[in-house]
Design a binder for this molecule. Structure first.
Ligand code: NAP
Length: 413
């Protein structure tokens, strides 16, 4: 792997929980599969424009996984790639294809697990001019924190028809008194939710909410049915809020019991909602929610549903946070049918880079990116996905859109 000679490393002081960020950091970039070849170069161009407009420079370092890695290294996820992301601390990644049903396990999941990137974070906010299926998309301004290492992501399951699954069935029925498994072939999965995994996720969400002047953190769970996993997530979440943050955080119960619903200025409220209710509240009481903290599967559903309300996959950014480490990536997949056509929307990848810049503390460059993307879309210069929904828009290719955003950054700076 070629490490750029001119760049410097981002380092991390674990005791202070602080990054030390040079003005010319080395940032690994993984283009990924399918449309990765279109959106990654587009994002690089825009991010570099924002870095340079604020007196900095990014030294990109290509790393490989998925199809390109198979060609070069004959494996899906080379150790070199994982090590580079571990060592350089911040990285940007395009989508990676995962076969359904059979074949190798998700490389995305493997990367998150190997690097212990325990929180999948997605800011979901409305960009002026983006077509949306709801009447008031501007009411949405949420950040979802989805646990990234356990629950169904732990991948503990056994295939129907194998001796292993029958062993698990026998154990469950005969030793654990489990009832309700019908006779005949069965697939069995187990979801672990630990105190450790829950508390570090909820802590991350609360820290983020406090640092960004948010009003509430909502624990989203299905604890009415899965009492000892999802219910426990809620209880451990409240424990973090009550035991670790003093006056800065109050629970919704305390708010009503002791303060008649009056939120003290500067205090963050922690509340909880059952997942199915939360899915409808996303639509019916959008404005009331702010930061959501969730186990893995709830987070999967909720963050996509929230994303749909503000215009969908082409513009939805994301990032995976670990301890002093971030891997930013768009929410969308590799959309193979559009690969290499210079057609799809690079905004999700660009805005994922914006998150990476925020993580580096480059707020000025991050705001420039946000403003330039919004202005470009508001001017109706858009890729095919938004063009088909906007009247009177002008259709841009991936690279043309990126070019316009980069030029807008130069104008704004
Ligand atoms: P997908 O690749 O996200 O594509 C689904 C549809 O979303 C596309 O056909 C397109 O819709 C729209 N879309 C996605 N990205 C877009 C963009 N940048 N601009 C405009 N429209 C965009 O989802 P998928 O087809 O379910 O998954 C394909 C592969 O990606 C699978 O192997 C999956 O496992 C993988 N995947 C990877 C990640 C990741 O790397 N983090 C995430 C999700 C999925 P229209 O055709 O309607 O325009």
């Amino acid at each position: 792997m070629d490490v750029p000679a001119d760049g410097e490393r981002v380092t991390y002081d674990a005791d202070a929980d602080e990054l030390d960020v040079p003005e010319n950091p080395i940032v690994p970039i993984l283009y990924g599969d399918g449309i990765g070849v279109d959106v990654a170069p587009a994002a690089k161009q825009v991010l570099q424009a924002a870095a340079e407009a604020t007196g900095r420079h990014v030294e990109w370092m290509r790393v490989y996984a998925g199809e390109t890695a198979r060609e070069m290294y004959d494996e899906n996820l080379p150790a070199e790639t994982v090590e580079a992301i571990r060592e350089f601390r911040v990285a940007l990644k395009g989508p990676l294809t995962t076969p359904v049903g059979a074949g190798f396990r998700s490389l995305n999941v493997a990367l998150r697990q190997k690097l212990d990137l325990f929180a999948n974070v997605r800011p979901t906010y409305y960009l002026d001019g983006v077509p949306s299926p709801v009447k008031a998309p501007e009411q949405m301004d949420m950040v979802t924190f989805r646990e990234n290492t356990e629950d169904v992501y732990a991948g503990i399951e056994w295939e129907a028809g194998t001796p292993e699954v029958e062993q698990v069935r026998t154990f469950l029925e005969e030793e654990m008194d489990a009832e309700g498994i019908h006779d005949g072939p069965v697939g069995i999965g187990i979801k672990p939710i630990t105190e450790f995994g829950t508390k570090r996720l909820v802590r991350e969400a609360i820290d983020y909410a406090l640092a960004n002047d948010r009003d509430s953190v909502t624990l989203v769970h299905k604890g009415n049915i899965m009492k000892y996993t999802e219910g426990q997530f809620r209880d451990w979440g409240y424990e973090v809020a009550e035991e670790e943050y003093g006056e800065d955080v109050i629970t919704e119960d305390t708010l009503w019991e002791e303060r008649d619903g009056e939120q003290p200025e500067d205090a963050l409220v922690v509340n909880d909602r059952i997942a199915d209710n939360m899915l409808q509240q996303l639509l019916t009481r959008t404005e009331e929610y702010d930061v959501l903290a969730m186990p893995n599967l709830n987070g999967d559903y909720l963050s996509d549903a929230a994303g749909a309300q503000i215009g969908g996959l082409g513009i939805a950014p994301g990032a995976n946070f670990g301890q002093g480490r971030v891997l930013a990536e768009p929410v969308h997949g590799s959309a193979p049918k559009y690969a290499g056509q210079d057609k799809v929307n690079p905004a999700a990848m660009i805005l994922s880079g914006r998150l990476l810049f925020e993580y580096l503390g480059w707020e000025d460059a991050a705001s420039l990116i946000g403003e330039a993307v919004e202005q470009t879309i508001a001017s109706k210069y858009v890729t095919y996905d938004l063009h088909r929904q906007i009247e009177g828009g002008e259709k841009a290719s991936t690279s043309e859109f990126a070019q316009r955003v980069a030029a807008t950054i130069d104008e704004l700076a």
